[in-house]
Ligand binder design. Structure first.
Ligand code: HEC
Length: 188
């Protein structure tokens, strides 16, 4: 009897990790992954990111993959939790965003930037949040950016405008945008 219970409990426990059979894993330090390794990682994670982000009712989650991809591949940039990041720009944003301008300019209202993230923990890749920045005309205290996002389970990310902008405001020469790391910039 005890055994059966244990087995049942074990089965229940392992259910969520059944997917672990198909886990996307990274060997060694993920900072050292080469381009082929990163491409393989993205291949493995791509569908599950999209499935997760669009499993709720976020209106952009099913759309952003059709926007202009601003990175040739995901890349690690320290700040966003040491995750692999890949940014997409909507039609209104694309031309200006892909110029990676530094200077006195402002993104057009209606620009949306969406950034996917993949976190690596103990050698296993997990879907991280999808981050958004939207250019608005009524948030001067945040340089007219609205920060939001979607969790891997499709629920809205509870973004504090002050938290996000306190870091983004440091990019004051590029309208508060951090841009992908130079080596992966499309058109840059
Ligand atoms: C500690 C600093 C920091 C914080 C906090 C931060 N970001 Fe960022 N963010 C960056 C950096 C650096 C980049 C550019 C790196 C990259 O995309 O490879 C970036 C890029 C982005 C981009 C892509 C557009 C761009 O700036 O080039 C989006 C969208 C974004 N962040 C959203 C958010 C949201 C939403 C929050 C709050 C939940 C947030 N960020 C908090 C540092 C930060």
């Amino acid at each position: 009897m005890f055994r059966i219970t244990t087995a049942a409990a074990f089965a229940a426990l392992t259910l969520p990790t059944a997917a672990a059979e198909h886990a996307c894993t990274v060997e060694g330090d993920h900072w050292d992954l080469d381009e082929a390794g990163i491409a393989a990682l993205y291949d493995c994670m791509s569908e599950r990111m999209l499935a997760g982000y669009s499993s709720g009712d976020d209106p952009l989650a099913g759309e952003y993959r059709g926007w202009v991809q601003a990175g040739t591949r995901p890349a690690v940039a320290g700040p966003h939790g040491e995750r692999f990041l890949l940014t997409f720009a909507n039609e209104i944003a694309a031309e200006q965003y892909l110029a990676y301008e530094e200077g006195d300019f402002e993104m057009p209202v209606g620009s949306v930037l969406a950034k996917e993230s993949i976190a690596i923990r103990d050698g296993t890749a997990r879907v991280g949040p999808l981050f958004y920045m939207t250019k608005v005309d009524d948030a001067p205290e945040f340089d007219n950016w609205f920060y939001s996002g979607v969790m891997p389970n499709g629920k809205p990310l509870n973004a504090s405008q002050a938290f996000c902008h306190d870091c983004h405001r440091n990019f004051d020469a590029s309208d508060s945008m951090g841009y992908p790391v130079p080596e992966v910039r499309v058109g840059g």
